[in-house]
Write a protein that binds this ligand. Structure first.
Ligand SMILES: Cc1cc2nc3c(=O)[nH]c(=O)nc-3n(C[C@H](O)[C@H](O)[C@H](O)COP(=O)(O)OP(=O)(O)OC[C@H]3O[C@@H](n4cnc5c(N)ncnc54)[C@H](O)[C@@H]3O)c2cc1C
Length: 464
């Protein structure tokens, strides 16, 4: 690995792969770094190694990743899998660990295509063994063919929950119930956005087919379920919820939850790029222009890390950002860039017709975003409860960063990934800064876990 590249791409999902393929053959030094062992990102995880039968179950959309990964493999871009990026600064220096060796490298252009994470959602009992995110369930299947053997309860909201339920149905998994926490009022709020969504009707059709198949197979979906609680002493034993005004309990040792996805912004945060609260997506995202330029020169973003728009848009945005990097490097003229980007811009625009409808339909209810159960742990690493956060606000600490200093929430191994959004919502609910005005936890390197040994492996020049 060189110490300097003209273009560095962080992330090997659809956005990063498309950007890399665009930059290939242009005579520039370019490398793609990804912490996964193989290309594909979240949606196309294990795409190169998955057995055919498993790939069929994952659907035609998943298979699309094969073409992307193959084109990337044919490119002249240097590829460093199992490489974790743990820092990025405004001087375009990044800290990485590859095969236990840490290194600082620099680039003229850096594209952050770090994707999304599932929205962490604290509720009573969410830290019990046996409660996992639905994405983790899907990762187990994509990467290792592992599925639940004794039945599962699925709970939450969003297209990925429905997709996983449908995939499990194909595999014969016993789905005990789907607890859909989407409030019925969302259906009404989403209605005015339906005509535009019809322009991208293939997404709606797909969702309706999943629902039809699940219902035909007798899988029960409780729409508008609320008061979700996971119960058990040391392990999950049952799930409690309210539906149509009545309390229910269902016994299970596996609960998979999903509450949508939010951009992975820890690298752009630590670099100091400007971010904004996106009310419709209920999350922060980096500010960027139509080419992916952030507020810091030479740092670009593309894909779900720039704002949630799904895999197809991520691919288009990756190509557009790749062209922008080539333009900045003097390889393409402005008119060549504009000409080559036209098709992707057109398709991206068409693909995004569905987003306003999805965002309104699957908006997470405020009662879940800011839990009023003060016993619930919000920061898993430091074991800080909702009550402690409210108490901090009551004693005059009215912003997320103030609450962080006083309680240590967000200072653990995950560096706030699991609690940043929830803390902001609870702070606002307790009378502190409104979420739209409050600032995200300040980003500090390392943004990903780094051992002392890995840090010490930095070469002498790197340590200065
Ligand atoms: C768990 C999960 C499962 C999903 N499954 C589906 C699905 O089945 N179908 C669907 O339509 N959508 C799915 N999505 C949404 C989907 O991820 C996106 O729409 C799409 O993958 C976005 O592409 P991307 O290139 O922006 O990011 P991603 O595909 O997420 O790729 C980002 C890559 O960056 C890497 N990365 C991040 N941070 C670092 C770092 N610090 N150092 C090194 N590498 C890093 C990640 O490991 C990842 O490989 C899923 C999302 C999640 C979170």
């Amino acid at each position: 690995m060189n110490d300097h590249y003209q273009l560095l791409i962080i992330g090997g999902g659809p956005a990063g792969l498309a950007a890399a393929t665009t930059a290939s053959g242009q005579g520039i030094s370019c490398a793609l770094l990804d912490e996964q062992p193989a290309p594909g990102g979240q949606i196309y995880r294990s795409i190169e190694s998955v057995p055919d039968t498993r790939a069929q179950t994952l659907g035609t959309e998943y298979l699309r990743g094969k073409t992307l990964a193959a084109a990337f493999r044919e490119s002249d871009v240097e590829y460093y899998p199992e490489t974790r990026v743990w820092s990025l600064n405004n001087g375009r220096e990044i800290g990485i660990t590859h095969k236990s060796q840490s290194k600082i490298i620099t680039a003229d252009q850096i594209l952050v295509a770090s994707g999304a994470i599932e929205r962490p959602m604290p509720f009573s009992g969410w830290t019990l063994p046996g409660v996992m995110q639905a994405g983790a369930g899907q990762i187990l299947f994509k990467a290792a063919g592992v599925i639940p053997s004794d039945g599962v309860v699925l709970a939450g909201s969003g297209p990925l929950l429905l997709l996983l339920a449908w995939q499990y149905l194909q595999l014969g998994v016993d789905i005990k119930v789907i607890l859909d926490v989407t409030p019925l009022s969302n259906h009404l709020f989403a209605l005015p956005k339906l005509p535009r969504a019809l322009l991208a009707h293939h997404y709606l059709t797909k969702g309706l087919v999943y629902q039809r198949d699940l219902s035909r197979a007798g899988v029960k979906t409780k729409i508008g379920a609320s008061n979700l609680q996971a119960a058990g002493d040391d392990l999950l034993k049952s799930v409690n919820y309210r539906h149509l005004g009545r309390e229910h309990t269902i016994e299970t040792d596996l609960l998979l939850t999903h509450f949508g996805v939010i951009p992975h912004i820890w690298l752009t945060q630590s670099a100091g790029c400007k971010h904004q609260w996106d009310n419709s997506q209920q999350c922060w995202r980096p500010r960027h222009d139509e080419w992916g330029n952030t507020s810091i020169e030479g740092i670009l973003v593309a894909g779900d890390g720039a704002g949630i728009n799904g895999a197809r848009s991520a691919e288009h945005a990756g190509r557009i950002a790749g062209l922008q990097a080539l333009f900045e490097l003097g390889i393409l003229t402005e008119s060549e860039r504009n000409k080559q980007a036209k098709n992707d811009q057109k398709w991206m625009k068409a693909d995004r017709h569905i987003r306003p409808f999805l965002e309104a339909y699957f908006a997470i209810p405020q009662s879940m975003l800011a839990t009023t159960d003060n016993e619930t742990i919000i920061c898993r690493c430091e074991e800080i409860t909702a009550g402690q956060i409210r108490e901090a606000v009551e004693t005059g600490h009215g912003g997320s960063n103030d609450v962080k200093y006083i309680t240590r929430c967000g200072m653990g191994a995950c560096q706030g990934r699991q609690c940043a959004n929830s803390v902001a919502h609870i702070v606002a609910d307790a009378g502190g800064e409104a979420v739209s005005e409050s600032s995200h936890y300040r980003g500090r390197p390392p943004v990903a876990p780094l051992t002392l040994k890995q840090l010490a492996s930095l070469t002498k020049e790197n340590r200065q």
